[in-house]
Each structure stands twice: as C-alpha cells, then as structure tokens.
Design a binder for this molecule. Structure first.
Ligand SMILES: NC(=O)c1ccc[n+]([C@@H]2O[C@H](COP(=O)([O-])OP(=O)(O)OC[C@H]3O[C@@H](n4cnc5c(N)ncnc54)[C@H](OP(=O)(O)O)[C@@H]3O)[C@@H](O)[C@H]2O)c1
Length: 322
C-alpha cells in the first residue's frame, strides 16, 4: 500500500512515518516494507533520520528517510500534478497551520491552509478515488460540556484554529465517502515544539511557573497516536468500508495544564520550581481555548475494541525518550 503523508516533517508526521515503517531498523524487513511511504511538506524531514539514529547496521537500511515532495497544499495545481504522478493508495493529511494564537492573528492564512488546503487534498482524493484520513482536533468543540465529547456530538469551535479545522472536516465529509477523521488533543512528541519541552526549558530558567488551571484536556503522545492509527489501518485492510467515519484518539484520562505541568516536573525530578495555578483570563492569550475538551474514544473501543493507555504512562515513556 502506497501511503502519502502530508505534513510528514511535522511532530506527528515523523512519528507516523516511523511507526508505519516498522518503528526501527530492528523490525523485520517484511514489516518495514509493508507500506511504501511518500511524504509531502513545505520543509525538510528532520535529520538525523530517526531510523539511522537508532543505529541501523551498514547497508541494512540505506535510505531510511522518506522521499519528500516539497509542495504547498494550498497550491492546487502543484498537488494535482503530484497526486497524478504518485497515485497513492491512501492519504493521511496531517499538514496544518497549528499555531493556535497565530491562527487568531492571521485568520486568512488559517483558512487557506487548514480549510482550503484540506479541500484541495479531499478534491484530489475524490477525483482519484483514494481513501483519506484527515487529522483534526479537540478544538472543534466549545468546551461547555461536563462530560467527554463523543464523535457524534455537535462541534462548536470558539477560535479561528478550531473553525478552520472544522471547515476542513466539512470538506472531507461532503466530498468523500471513503474517509476517516481522527480528532486528537494536546499533542507532544519528539519531533516538534511542544508543551512538555517548553515546561522543561522554563523550569531550567525560572524558579516559578504560572500555568492555567481552568482548561482540561487529554495530553497525547504522538507515538501512541501513530500506533493506534496503524492498528486502524491494519483493521481497515480487512474490514474496509465498515470502519470509515470519525474517531477520537487520545491518551486516556485528563488533567488541566497546571496538573500536566506538575506531573512533568515530578517525572523529571525537578523539585525546586514552584508551579502557580492561574486562570486563562489572567494569561490573556489571543485565542480563546475550550475550558474542557476531553474526547470520549467511543468508536475506537466499539469498532476496534481498542483503547489508549493513560496519559501519565505515556508521558513517563516520552520523558525516558523511548
Ligand atoms: N499539536 C497539537 O497539539 C494538535 C492537537 C490536536 C490536533 N492536531 C492536529 O494534528 C496534525 C499534526 O499536528 P502537529 O502538531 O504534528 O503539527 P506540526 O508539527 O505543525 O506539523 C505540520 C506540518 O505541516 C507542514 N505544513 C504547514 N503548512 C503546510 C502547507 N501549506 N503545505 C504543506 N505542508 C504544510 C508544517 O510545516 P511548517 O512547520 O514549515 O509550517 C509541518 O511540517 C494537524 O493537523 C493538527 O491540526 C495537533
């Protein structure tokens, strides 16, 4: 199966590539060759390549980084050419403008990349009859709920990022029958700027950190999400259309950013930094955030009988640099 991953050089894209490729050079070659992965991004794949870094033997894995096509998803002509040249069997669309406050300040850019860009990808998938997996976000919800949002709950985004990602979802749903929409939340991973690394950096520089306590969500490790996506793909090869639709995939359990910070510092054994809980009003960032955006992974359990591990376990592994 030839899979095109858009945004392959991003935080999730790199882990998805690693996992779909068989995770490391130690995986049997047959597993590594199960999927032919091709990447699309505006930037280079981060080097050193993860597979090479893990110490593949000489000659064992000569070209561990994926072929990357430097194409902008907002350039319809360019991605049309690429799709006709590659004819992938499956597309995973992770590319997005993910700076939430940046989106608030540049709404046109947010809609161009997150909505119109997704529409371009969905249109080509429709033309060429290619199944599409679109990665979306907990920020499509407004945060008024007191219980975790299920896949069938009505989205109601409160910021530009959420609105632009929801518009992307709408294009995918209206153009395609063969689609997956994967909503995830509070991502952190080895290959991108993320909250965990920000806290560790600040903890080295300051004796006191002020962190928001009135936003609750589920921190999710990109490696765990990638493994779950792989399980879904493997099941899809057997069951096909029975699996299409929206899925919520996050690590289990939930916390506030304040509790997340306390756990990061505890696991990193940093004791001399005081964490002060504040409200989002006090922080006054450009984009509003949902106060509660925990996602019920209902369809994952129902369709795959699968569940994600607790966020604290995943964080522990991440900090061990698994
Ligand atoms: N991060 C989170 O907490 C979070 C939470 C929920 C859902 N998500 C969703 O998960 C997906 C992956 O997120 P991530 O955190 O891995 O994002 P990321 O690290 O920002 O990766 C996105 C990649 O897409 C590239 N890209 C941006 N605009 C592009 C364009 N016009 N054409 C082609 N490539 C483009 C980016 O390049 P540049 O870096 O050069 O722009 C980057 O390499 C996104 O769809 C996001 O909405 C993320």
């Amino acid at each position: 199966m030839k899979i095109l991953i858009t945004g392959i050089s991003g935080m999730l894209g790199v882990d998805l590539y690693r996992v779909l490729r068989g995770e490391s050079h130690k995986a049997p070659k047959v597993l590594r060759d199960k999927y032919e992965i091709v990447g699309l991004d505006t930037k280079d794949f981060p080097f050193p390549s993860p597979l090479r870094e893990e110490g593949s033997g000489e000659g064992e894995d000569e070209s561990p980084s994926p072929p990357i096509h430097k194409v902008d998803i907002t350039d319809f002509k360019a991605i049309k050419e690429l799709f006709s040249q590659l004819i992938p069997d499956f597309v995973i669309h992770t590319a997005a403008y993910t700076d939430v406050d940046g989106c608030e300040k540049n709404p046109d850019k947010a809609h161009k990349i997150n909505a119109a860009g997704a529409q371009n990808v969905a249109l080509l998938c429709w033309k060429l009859d290619i199944p599409l997996m679109y990665i979306s976000t907990d920020f499509v919800f407004g945060g008024e709920s007191k219980v975790p949002y299920a896949e069938f709950d009505e989205p109601c985004p409160i910021n530009v990022y959420g609105k632009s990602k929801l518009a992307g979802e709408e294009y995918v749903k209206s153009l395609l029958d063969k689609f997956f929409i994967i909503r995830t939340s509070w991502l952190y991973g080895r290959w991108g700027k993320n909250f965990v690394e920000t806290i560790l950096k600040l903890a080295r520089e300051k004796s006191e950190l002020k962190v928001v306590r009135n936003q609750v969500g589920s921190p999710t490790y990109t490696l765990d999400l990638s493994q779950q996506i792989k399980k879904l793909l493997l099941a899809y090869e057997e069951q096909k259309s029975a699996l299409y639709g929206i899925y919520h995939i996050t690590n289990s359990g939930s916390c506030s950013w304040y509790e997340f910070t306390q756990e990061i510092l505890r696991l990193a054994d940093i004791k001399d930094v005081k964490v002060v809980p504040i409200t989002s009003k006090e922080l006054a960032r450009p984009a509003a955030r949902p106060q509660f955006s925990v996602l019920n992974n209902y369809r994952l359990k129902r369709k795959l009988g699968s569940s994600m591990r607790q966020w604290k376990e995943a964080l522990k592994d991440y900090l061990k640099k698994e």
